[in-house]
Design a protein around this ligand. Structure first.
Ligand code: GLC
Length: 701
């Protein structure tokens, strides 16, 4: 059951799509019934201009959710600020990342979900200040609160997902392997990357173009010297089976004669400063204006601009810097320069010295700057900080809505850096500028459950790590985790060590791991599609699948993918194995390549399992089947278009009762991978294994 409470006069964020008039009763009236948690209270603090929601947690209560955030799958014990932030240092102490996903589920003595639909800053103190207190503070007096009940977290999540609408579905090629790097400077360099993969027999579906493909980092332009025959090049690459995916940034360069700038200025399409002038900030192109994507006319205009690239054969985009990131604001930069002038003529004491360095270091992504510009939300003037978390959502919505018009029958690849719940209907996300750190494999794993709960299914982290120099072993272990994320993209920052799969000595191992991704793709794609169409989870915590197993709630470094597969990636340097917990007896596959594998049955309980650097572990649950591609090792298989999902190899953990084999079944979703006929009943079929078929050798072991 879902109940809604409207506090003040909240703006419509469009996070929610379902209107259930009857289901929404005034929450205050229900406070007296036992349908609501007894200890949940809502207080509106007029003086502080805040809404404070508090709940007394029981000692064993677990809190799930909050999408892209730091720390564990169980969010208890820390504080999180929902405030989209461009911060490339994802250290443990951080309270905000790029997304704002205000949905959580409390499981324990009472089970409930809460969605705080408030687009400004919201603080989730989950047992940080006081270990038994959950306190949520909205820095606003206006919010829509949704309160959901159900017997299990999964039931609550399903209800929530119905409320917020179906998750984005990518083309199947978007789930193939992609290579990216900031600094592929021209056609030749991109061609060399394609050669690096294809000459080594490593499948690849996409190569991403970072800001260097543009002229002076201007959106919807091309660098003519670097990509002189762009359209031809796009098609040449497509003929090789590789799609190019360009980046689009939020800020529009201020430059006389540049059409996007000129049109934006003359139509009043940019965000305004306090005096009504177009707001000026500094990002990659230098000085920019921000398209006011919270306005529907601006969304239509900006969205149609993507046509510049789709007309040239482009079928996918990644939207960046859309928190929006601000390296500096023109106004504050001036203030800092003035202060420096003042400091120059002075003998600085040590306090002043640190005030000076802090002032310069604090120029970027300064919250105060977000209080100095305004949106025109279809007639309503709103200060940016009050709706800050909606910017990335609406930039991506602009693109998504336009791409639907440009290519009504074709799925387009689209993902974003900043996001708010609601954006999950238009695109996926990547988890931003992580680092080549071992801890970031584990962080990425822990983020997936919260993201899936909030509707973000098409997700992944930069494989190998974006910042700092990767090592070969880390890149390989990162790949062994990334091969299970729907978005599988290797990406790194300019100036860091090269980390393409062929850039290391163990190219063969990288090749085998990427081929394994394609091997598992029939299952991964099927589970993705079922999760999207049914409001289900692609990544699930063990605790949800094995609710009676107390120990399973503690496991945060293993994940279920769909119902049948459990993964346990290695994320520690020099480790040649790891501890794994099995909530039931499972079949363990130790893969070195799709055709090189050991198989074992492991009992329920704790195990130390060997897993050398060139190996990856996959566990298959009892009575289940995992369908895999039959041609994942063949030379002809070089991308998703050439992957055979008809002749399957099945990993089977059979159902043997009293020595007698019972049939096992898998409900498999498959389709052409690019049209939108998702609901066609032909897409679903049952794969059934009986004893005889096993003898015909359709499976590995
Ligand atoms: C941002 C993005 C990163 C990109 C870089 C240059 O840092 O997060 O992925 O490579 O900008 O465009």
């Amino acid at each position: 059951m879902i109940q809604k409470r409207i506090i003040g006069t909240p703006i419509n964020t469009e996070a929610v799509v379902k209107v259930i008039e009857d289901g929404y009763r005034a929450w205050d009236k229900l406070m007296v019934t036992d349908k609501l948690p007894q200890m949940l209270s809502v207080c509106i603090d007029e003086n502080k201009n805040q809404i404070v929601i508090s709940y007394d947690m029981d000692k064993d209560d677990i809190v799930y959710g909050l999408g892209e955030s730091m720390r564990g799958i169980n969010k208890r014990g820390y504080i999180y600020h929902s405030l989209c932030a461009d911060d490339p240092n994802h250290t443990e102490d951080k309270v905000s990342l790029y997304g704002a996903h205000n949905f959580l589920v409390v499981q324990g003595k009472e089970n409930f979900g809460l969605f705080v639909d408030c687009p400004g800053k919201v603080i989730f103190d989950i047992g940080y200040t006081s270990s038994s207190k959950l306190e949520i503070t909205c820095e606003s007096k206006d919010a829509n609160l949704y309160y959901l009940t159900g017997n299990t977290p999964m039931e609550i999540v399903k209800e929530f997902r119905e409320l917020i609408g179906r998750s984005y579905i990518p083309p199947k090629w978007g789930m193939g392997f992609g290579q990216c790097r900031w600094s592929y400077m021209d056609e030749n360099e991109v061609t060399a990357v394609a050669d690096g993969y294809q000459n080594n027999g490593i499948p690849v579906d996409s190569i991403y173009l970072d800001i260097d493909y543009m002229e002076a980092y201007k959106d919807f332009t091309l660098h003519k010297e670097r990509f002189p025959e762009f359209e031809d090049f796009v098609h040449k690459m497509k003929d090789r089976g590789i799609r190019l995916v360009p980046i689009i940034d939020a800020g529009v360069k201020i430059e006389k004669g540049y059409d996007v700038y000129e049109e934006g200025v003359s139509n009043d399409y940019f965000c305004k400063d306090e005096d009504g002038n177009d707001y000026v900030a500094g990002v990659w192109p230098g000085k920019v204006h921000f398209p006011d994507v919270l306005n529907s006319d601006v969304r239509k205009w900006f969205g149609q601009k993507y046509r510049f690239l789709t007309d040239k054969g482009i079928e996918g985009f990644w939207n960046d810097m859309n928190e929006p990131a601000i390296f500096y604001s023109e106004k504050h930069l001036k203030e800092v320069f003035e202060k420096i002038e003042e400091y120059k003529s002075k003998e600085l004491d040590i306090e002043e010295f640190f005030a000076f360095t802090g002032m310069v270091a604090g120029l970027s992504n300064r919250h105060k700057d977000y209080e100095t510009f305004y949106h025109n939300m279809d007639g309503q003037k709103i200060r940016h900080d009050l709706v800050h978390n909606l910017y990335g959502f609406n930039m991506t919505r602009a693109a998504g809505e336009a791409l639907d018009k440009i290519e009504p029958h074709k799925r387009m690849l689209l993902f974003s850096r900043a996001s708010y719940i609601g954006m999950h209907r238009y695109g996926g996300i990547w988890t931003g500028d992580n680092q080549s750190w071992w801890s970031h494999i584990l962080l990425s794993m822990k983020q997936m459950v919260g993201l899936n709960m909030c509707g973000f299914l098409f997700v992944g982290s930069d494989i190998g790590g974006f910042g700092s120099n990767v090592t070969e072993d880390l890149a390989l272990r990162f790949t062994q985790w990334g091969m299970f994320t729907p978005l599988m993209r290797n990406h790194s920052a300019a100036g860091t060590r090269r980390q393409e799969a062929y850039a290391f000595e163990r190219t063969e191992d990288f090749k085998n791991m990427i081929r394994l991704r394609y091997f598992f793709l029939p299952y991964l794609y099927s589970e993705y599609m079922k999760a999207a169409l049914r409001g289900d989870m692609y990544f699930r915590p063990l605790a949800w699948e094995f609710p009676d197993d107390k120990h399973a709630t503690q496991v945060e470094d293993q994940l279920m993918i769909g119902e049948n597969m459990m993964i346990a990636p290695v994320y520690t340097q020099n480790a040649t194995g790891r501890y794994v917990y099995l909530p039931e007896e499972m079949k363990m596959y130790r893969f070195r390549s799709p055709m090189d594998v050991d198989v074992d049955i492991l009992e329920k309980g704790h195990h130390y399992v060997e897993c050398a650097l060139n190996e990856v572990l996959v566990f298959v649950r009892q009575c289940s089947i995992i369908p895999c591609a039959g041609n994942a090792m063949s030379k002809e298989m070089k991308n998703t278009d050439t992957l055979d999902d008809k002749n399957l190899i099945l990993l089977v953990n059979p159902n043997i009762l009293n020595g007698e084999f019972k049939a096992v079944e898998y409900e498999m979703y498959s389709d052409d991978g690019f049209t939108k006929d998702y609901e066609n009943p032909k897409n679903l079929r049952k794969i059934t294994m009986r004893d005889g078929e096993i003898l015909r050798g359709k499976r590995i072991n």
